[in-house]
Design a protein around this ligand. Sequence first.
Ligand code: ADP
Length: 486
Amino acid sequence: VASKLNSSGLLRTQGLIGGKWSDAYDGKTIKVYNPATGESIADVACMGGRETNDAISAAYTAYRSWSKTTAAERSKFLRKWYDLLMAHKEELAQLITLEQGKTLKESIGEINYGAGFIEFSAEEAKRVYGDIIPAPLSDRRLFVLKQPVGVVGAITPWNFPLAMITRKVGPALACGCTVVIKPSELTPLTALAAAELSIQAGIPAGVVNVVMGNAPEIGDSLLASPQVRKITFTGSTAVGKKLMAGSAETVKKVSLELGGNAPCIVFDDADLDVAVKGTLAAKFRNSGQTCVCANRIIVQDGIYEKFANALRDAVLNMKVGDGFSEDVAQQGPLINEAAVQKVESLIHDATSKGAKIILGGKRHSLGFTFYEPTVISDVNIDMRISREEVFGPVAPLLRFKTEEDAIRIANDTNAGLGSYVFTNSIQRSWRVAEALEYGLVGVNEGVISTEVAPFGGFKQSGLGREGSKYGMDEYLEIKYVCMGNM
Ligand code: ADP
């Protein structure tokens, strides 16, 4: 894999500052590992504050000219970048599987999804319309311009090494902003490959910069700089809160995609096959490591036993293995040892309080960070597994009696990102979708993310939206112009 990537120039290990690939100034590196084998794949530059400040300066310089390009020009650059991402789909997908562990099929899915944000942004760049407002006085003309917010700091996690970047950088560039990206140190290679393709697409030097290494130091430099006008972040709620607080000093615009605690509500009147298939997709995508993965499967009394049995049978059939394996594994490893230990501790807490393991519940015989796909029943809302994000292949089943109960249980959390409802009643679909305090609701569907729809959370799951026309607003300032004495 590595040699093929090398020949297309996509295996990059340095940061990108002002169009130049750069080592850390002190020469330090960090290792990137393959979670399926524990082997080290590459040593990448371990950067900090100094490199970040230079990346910000480069982005600030590039902003002067990039923000003056026409929407049509920016659209063409983005389209070219999209075409190159798609042309290198296979290699990029291999890179994701290599450093992140998800199956090759899911990695291909992520390239389509991730590149989709660049394509959509290329199209949407041309639709950043202003407004003309009827004036309250006859000698005045009032209008509204939309302008790029400026230099953007984008901090991203490891679970979608490409898509979490493109859903930020696509709209930012489309609006005329320039960016400093800090990918996760666990999965920097995909980010660097995408940045290389942005150069090949002709996007001018300094428009896209990448630094990685010492996360708190890089974060602090982005926060401290008055030139960075926007922070966009996907990751843990704890770090998101720090970034929001740190943005106050220079009053930056902030977008946050934080943790979820997705309810998946299965009503008695659901189609059992649709509910099982949807739950499986919502729960086990990326081995349970997405912020919209079903975290609590809340099942009505009348269908509980049937659903639990059917879900167990379906989970039993899922193959676990190296994402590259020929017999097409459906579940890869977890990202690292800490992730496995968190799953173990949540299961321990639940079983010590009365939950029952009906499938799995332990490390997989493949070793490393592989974990058995797991179903546990008799879970209640006081167990940690109902209150914290599991981020692993564990389906906890809770029981409810009435629609009112289901909504109360579902909303009993500070998170509010993804949610799922399975029912064949149109009236109930509307009632429940409206009552859920969540930014996304899937009705009879377990996978709903797409670049054309707004993604984002209620409550402590975040601020702002990514994707769709709404995602563009996050990178725009509104300017009101009043012409008087006409
Ligand atoms: P996860 O649990 O998904 O790894 P994190 O919030 O720890 O969530 O990580 C998401 C991103 O935030 C990563 O790129 C990580 O390096 C970065 N990060 C972690 N701590 C900080 C910090 N103090 N300042 C800026 N970025 C940080």
